[in-house]
Design a protein around this ligand. Structure first.
Ligand code: ADP
Ligand code: MG
Length: 682
C-alpha cells in the first residue's frame, strides 16, 4: 500500500522526465494525481455490429482482422496502413496514418474491439485510425467511458489514465469529510466511491454522480469556511462611530450622488455605528461610481479619528485613486499618501514613518499595503478595490492587521444574486444598480471577418480624431487552435502591415508587473494610438481618451468578461464603440453576443451568462478571487451549489459537538483551504 503523500515517481512508467511533465500540471503526489479530475468524458460503451455503424457517430464494434495489415510508404513522414476487418454483419476498411508500429500488432485472423468514427461517401465507407484492443484485454481505450484529462505538452491522455489507474490501486482515496447524514440527505456518493468513479466511471450517469459529489464537497467546505469567518468576525467588538455627518463631504462633491450611491453610503454608515467590524461588498458595474462610495467611507473613518487604507490591484490604479481622491479630500484637511512599489526606498520609508506616526489619514496603495513592513498607527477601515482579485484568504488575513478594521470591498464583476450568496457568504452586499446621469452607452456591433477593411478604416478615423483604441485578443493557451490571434503576432501585423504610421503598443499577461504598468501608463499618457492586449486590461484601467475597442474572436470570451472589457471605453466625453469580431456560426453563440450588443446592464448580462453557461465560469479563480476550485470551475449546476450551502450552514450549527474523525478532517480541510487561498492573489 502507498500513501497519498507519496511522490508519483513510485509509479511504474514515471521517471524524472515524466515527473517533470506532471509537475507542469501541479501534480507531485499520488493525491495530486487522484485529484486531477477529467475535464470531460467520451462515452465508448456503445457496442454495435459493423452494419449498424453510422457515419459521424463514434462507436465500438467487435471484428476479426481479415488480412495482414499492408503499409505503404507514400513519402517522407507519411505511411499509410490499410487493413480489412469483418463481423457477421459485414466488412469494413480501416486506414491508419503513420501507425506502422501499432497496426503491426493486428494479427490476421484475430478478433479485436475497435472504437472509431465511420466516414464515407458514394465511393464507400471506411474508418480512419480507430483505437483497438484485443477482446480479452482490460478495457482501456474501448468499451468504457473514457476520461479526458487536462494535459500539457508531451503528456498524453493515455499516460495520465495509466498513472491514475495505478494510483487508485495503490492507495486509499482521500478520506471522507462529509457528515454521514449529509450524504444520505442529499443522496451524495461517499468519498471511497467518488474518486474511483470520477476517473473510471461505468457509465456517464456515474461520472455525473461522482462529479456532483466532488463539487458538493468543495462548496460545502468553502461555504462552511465563509460562514465561520463571518461568525468569528461578528463576535469582535469595535468602538461604534459617533460622527456620521457627511455634510462637509457632500458639499465638496462636484456632482450629486446617484440614489444607489446614497443608499450604499447609508448602509455603510449604519454598519459603522454598530460596534462590530463591517464586512461589506459594494457591487457596481463599471462606471457606477464606486470610488465615491469608498471616499465617503474613508471620510467617516477619518472623522472618527481612525486611518483608512485603500488597496488597488495595480499600481496604476492606486495612482489614479490617489490623484482623484487628493483633489476631493485634501480641501477637507485630510492627509493622503500613496505607497507603491514604484517609489524609491527612501520615499517609501518616509511614507511608512508618516503612517506609523499617524501623520497620514488615508493611505492608498496596492495589496503590498498589508505587508508586515507597513505599521498603521490606528487603522480603522480597509477598502479593497476590484474585489475579484482580492482573495478570501486576504480578507481573512485582514483581521490580523490593525485592531479588527472595518472592511469594504468593491467589485465591478456583476455577480447574479444567487451566486453572490455563495461566493460572498461572509459579506453583506450593497448594489450600485444605477449609472451617473448623462452616460452615453457604448455602441456595440457584432461583425465577421468580411468587415476587416472597414474596421481598420474606423480605427484610423478614431486615431485621426485624436482618440485611442484597444484591440483585445484571446489569451493563447497551449494546444488552442492556431488561428486565434495571439496578441504578440497580431500587434506586429498591425504595426508593420496595417498601421505603419501609427503607434502600436502591446500588453499581455506574461510581461512582468512593472513592464505592464509602464506600457499601460504610456498608453494612458497618450504615447500610443493602439494598444493590442489580452484580457489583462480588464481590470479598472481608466483611459478616457480611448473610444474604440475591437475584440478579436469575441466568441471565445464569456459575456461578463466581454462586458468588463467593454467598460474600458466610454469613460470620457467622446462617443465610444465596441466591435465584436467573430467567425463563429453557432446560432447560440451569436445570440449570446447579440445580447451584449443590445444591453449595457452588467447584471442582466451576468444573469444571461449564468443561464447560458452555468456557474462554472464565474469560478475561474482569476475572475472571482476565490480559492482555486478543482471541480466546480469545470461545470456544475446551481442546484448542487445551493444544497451544499444549505448543508454547510446546518453543519456549522452542530459542529461544536462533532468530534468524529470525519468532523476533525472536515475542520482541517476548511483551515487548509483558507490558508492556501492566501496565495491566489492575481
Ligand atoms: P467605478 O464604479 O467603475 O469605480 P468610478 O468611481 O471610477 O466608477 O466613477 C466613474 C466616473 O464617474 C468617475 O469619473 C467619477 O468621477 C464619475 N462619477 C461618480 N459618481 C458620479 C455621479 N454621481 N455623477 C456624475 N459623475 C459621477
Ligand atoms: Mg473603480
Amino acid at each position: 500500500m502507498a500513501r497519498l503523500t507519496d511522490p508519483i515517481t513510485i509509479l511504474k512508467g514515471i521517471g524524472p522526465s515524466k515527473a517533470k511533465q506532471f509537475a507542469a500540471l501541479n501534480i507531485y503526489t499520488l493525491e495530486d494525481l487522484i485529484c486531477h479530475f477529467p475535464r470531460a468524458y467520451e462515452d465508448r460503451t456503445r457496442l454495435v455490429s459493423i452494419s449498424q455503424l453510422q457515419v459521424d457517430q463514434p462507436a465500438c464494434f467487435r471484428a476479426v482482422v481479415m488480412q495482414t495489415p499492408q503499409t505503404h510508404h507514400i513519402r517522407k513522414g507519411l505511411d499509410i496502413t490499410r487493413v480489412q476487418v469483418a463481423d457477421h454483419s459485414g466488412r469494413l476498411k480501416l486506414v491508419f496514418f503513420n501507425q506502422k508500429f501499432t497496426t503491426g500488432q493486428l494479427q490476421y485472423g484475430s478478433e479485436y474491439i475497435f472504437y472509431g468514427t465511420l466516414t464515407g461517401d458514394y465511393a464507400g465507407y471506411q474508418m480512419t485510425s480507430p483505437a483497438f484492443e484485443a477482446i480479452d484485454s482490460q478495457p482501456l481505450m474501448t468499451r468504457r467511458v473514457l476520461p479526458i484529462y487536462p494535459l500539457t505538452a508531451g503528456l498524453s491522455n493515455g499516460a495520465v489514465m495509466k498513472a491514475v489507474q495505478q494510483a487508485l490501486l495503490l492507495c486509499d482515496p482521500p478520506e471522507e469529510i462529509l457528515p454521514p447524514q449529509v450524504l444520505s440527505q442529499y443522496n451524495i456518493l461517499p468519498a471511497h466511491l467518488a474518486y474511483g468513479a470520477i476517473h473510471q466511471p461505468e457509465s456517464m450517469e456515474q461520472a455525473q454522480q461522482a462529479r456532483k459529489r466532488l463539487i458538493f464537497e468543495e462548496f460545502f467546505v468553502f461555504s462552511a469556511g465563509l460562514a465561520l469567518m463571518r461568525a468569528s468576525r461578528a463576535q469582535k467588538k469595535t468602538a461604534p462611530y459617533r460622527k456620521v455627518d457627511l455634510t462637509d463631504f457632500y458639499r465638496l462633491l462636484p456632482f450629486t450622488l446617484t440614489g444607489a450611491q446614497n443608499r450604499a453610503i447609508g448602509e455603510i454608515a449604519t454598519d459603522l455605528q454598530k460596534g462590530t467590524p463591517m464586512n461589506r461588498l459594494v457591487q457596481g458595474d463599471v462606471g457606477s461610481g464606486k470610488t465615491m462610495v469608498a471616499a465617503a467611507a474613508a471620510f467617516l473613518a477619518i472623522q472618527n479619528g481612525q486611518q483608512a487604507a485603500l488597496m488597488a490591484p495595480t499600481e496604476i490604479l492606486a495612482e489614479q485613486h490617489y490623484a482623484s481622491l487628493s483633489r476631493l479630500l485634501q480641501p477637507l484637511g485630510i492627509r493622503i499618501c500613496l505607497l507603491t512599489g514604484a517609489m524609491t526606498a527612501k520615499e517609501k520609508k518616509l511614507t511608512r514613518q508618516a503612517v506609523e506616526a499617524a501623520d497620514a489619514d488615508l493611505i492608498i496603495g496596492t495589496h503590498a499595503l498589508l505587508s508586515d513592513t507597513t505599521v498603521f498607527a490606528n487603522l480603522g477601515l480597509v477598502i479593497a478595490d476590484e474585489q475579484h482579485r482580492f482573495g478570501v484568504g486576504q480578507r481573512a488575513a485582514l483581521s490580523a492587521k490593525g485592531k479588527d478594521p472595518h472592511l469594504l470591498v468593491m467589485s465591478a464583476t456583476p455577480i447574479p444574486r444567487t451566486l453572490a450568496l455563495l461566493m460572498y457568504g461572509d459579506l453583506e452586499v450593497s448594489v450600485l444598480d444605477e449609472l451617473p446621469p448623462g452616460r452615453e452607452p457604448v455602441d456595440t456591433f457584432l461583425v465577421t471577418e468580411s468587415y476587416r477593411a472597414r474596421i481598420n478604416a474606423f480605427i484610423r478615423k478614431q486615431v485621426e480624431q485624436g482618440h485611442q483604441c484597444y484591440v483585445v485578443c484571446p489569451a493563447v493557451e497551449e494546444g488552442e487552435a492556431l488561428n486565434l490571434k495571439a496578441a504578440e503576432t497580431w500587434a506586429e501585423t498591425l504595426q508593420q502591415r496595417v498601421f505603419p504610421d501609427l503607434r502600436v503598443a502591446m500588453l499581455h499577461g506574461q510581461l512582468k508587473g512593472a513592464q505592464k504598468e509602464q506600457i499601460m501608463s504610456a498608453f494612458a499618457a497618450g504615447q500610443a494610438d493602439i494598444l493590442v492586449a489580452t484580457t489583462v486590461i480588464e481590470v479598472g484601467v481608466d483611459v478616457p481618451n480611448a473610444t474604440l475597442m475591437v475584440i478579436e474572436d469575441a466568441d471565445r470570451f464569456g459575456l461578463s468578461q466581454l462586458h468588463q472589457l467593454r467598460g474600458r471605453v466610454g469613460r470620457g466625453s467622446g462617443k465610444s464603440y465596441c466591435i465584436l469580431l467573430s467567425q463563429n456560426k453557432n446560432p447560440e453563440t451569436n445570440a449570446r453576443l447579440k445580447a451584449l450588443c443590445k444591453t449595457t446592464d452588467g447584471f442582466r448580462i451576468a444573469e444571461e451568462d449564468l443561464a447560458l453557461r452555468g456557474p462554472g465560469d464565474f469560478f475561474g479563480s482569476r475572475q472571482s478571487g476565490l480559492p482555486v476550485f478543482r471541480v466546480a470551475n469545470l461545470s456544475c449546476d446551481l442546484g448542487t451549489l445551493k444544497q451544499a450551502q444549505e448543508a454547510s450552514v446546518a453543519w456549522i450549527e452542530t459542529m461544536g459537538t462533532d468530534d468524529t474523525p470525519q468532523g476533525k478532517a472536515l475542520r482541517g480541510r476548511i483551515r487548509q483551504l483558507f490558508s492556501r487561498s492566501q496565495g491566489t492573489m492575481n
